[in-house]
Design a binder for this molecule. Sequence first.
Ligand SMILES: [Zn+2]
Length: 204
Amino acid sequence: MYKKLFGFAFVVCFLAYSADLYAWRPLSTSRPTWPDGTVPFYVNPANDSGVPDDAVIESMVGGTDAWGYVGAGFNFCYQGTTTRRTIARDGFNDVFFRNETMGGAIAATYPWTQGGTYREFDIKFFEGSFQFFGISDACSGNGFYIWYIAMHEFGHGLGLGHSQFTNAVMYASARRCDSRVELESDDVDGVVALYGPGDGPGCF
Ligand SMILES: [Zn+2]
């Protein structure tokens, strides 16, 4: 029923904290954040799940906007589509699908950070084992809604690790066909702690 969302060696679930004041976690002990509190990203909607481009974009933008309207000084900014679909330190934050597998991972975020500064990330959805669905589709079988998985992976993209709360979007495992489109309070606590309360700087 549960599958891992994130399969990296450096994943924060290996970190040990002596005091559990919060369930959310930063991406790493250096607590990387984006200096401007705003992150541009591009979507490559090409997929083998049969989801139309506009439905992919709707879910990716919806998943990122979920972080932008919770009273934290942070927001993502959709920049349009791209044909890029490789993990590369190329100056772009991209999200794309690949017909690949990585253990039990549904998707993965590949971050590049320097100390406490977040520089870049790419997000890959693994279609080798899983089928993805638009938010108005009827999810079934070995399926996941793109929107929910996007909320989780872009949470890594802003600097959050995995939460210990099983109902948090940032929990390390996901139920199939989870149709949630909003964050849980623990996720909101995390982004507010990293970027402070207020409104995001917006998109320029
Ligand atoms: Zn994850």
